[in-house]
Design a protein around this ligand. Sequence first.
Ligand code: SAM
Length: 278
Amino acid sequence: MTIREALRNAAERLELHRISNARLTAEVLLAHCLSVEREYLYSHDDRVLREEESQCLENAIYERMSGVPLQYIVGRQEFYGRYFRVGPAVLIPRPETEYIIDSVLEIRPSRCRILDVGTGSGCIAVTLGLEIAGSEVFAGDVSEQAVRMAQENALALGANVGFVCMDVMDGVSGRFDFIVSNPPYVRPGDISRLQREVREHEPPVALFSPEDELGIYRRLVEGAEEMLLPGGYLIMEIGFGMEEKVLSLFETGWQKLPTKTDLQGIPRTVIGRKANAG
Ligand SMILES: C[S@@+](CC[C@H](N)C(=O)[O-])C[C@H]1O[C@@H](n2cnc3c(N)ncnc32)[C@H](O)[C@@H]1O
């Protein structure tokens, strides 16, 4: 079978299974199996697939039709212009999380010690480490597997980040200019509202807040009160409808900065600034 035929056949089958963006998905899967970029498929469309390449594509189509997210099949996701390795132990980085990066960069810190809580693939910590020259970045996650994957990403992308396995900020010492976090914020009762790909394949520890909806945010604010330097920032991603409740956690000693909204106008990134001493 040629590349052209394989693509047509794969796209038709994916379409039949109501997989969104069937043609694009077919291209990404085939490019992955051939270890080439998508453009190659068009410049070599009459190349005949080898047996193992056809088998790889067949397996990949089957996985995708079974609901496995495309990113877990190909093992990577782009975030802020770089590719991060991902697998079922970590959340697939989302575009809205890039607002955390924008928020830090807009503040344009001169000195910069950063702590990323719940680092997952390491996308936030690694990106900030690479975007801000001279920054000192630390990151942690309760999941050992996530910490390992974040370490791999930091190594592959050349970022100098210190990683630790930790429960929120327990056991972390030192003071920071920024504490950033995209914590798990889905209410367990909302599981049925999630897409099948998310519900069945992304790690529950990365999705669901284990306590009450605000539990992890409360711990982040309390921890940041201790660990932020005067004038430092706590920047957190929030879920739909959470802005007011999360902002209410910033009490005396905090300045609330304007929340960033995503492209749909949903408030996504809350920012609190710890008051300067004196
Ligand atoms: C929504 S994911 C975010 C992952 C990554 N920062 C991102 O934005 O793609 C939340 C992460 O927090 C971690 N996590 C959950 N509970 C935690 C806790 N109590 N302490 C530290 N990390 C936690 C999960 O393992 C997961 O990696």
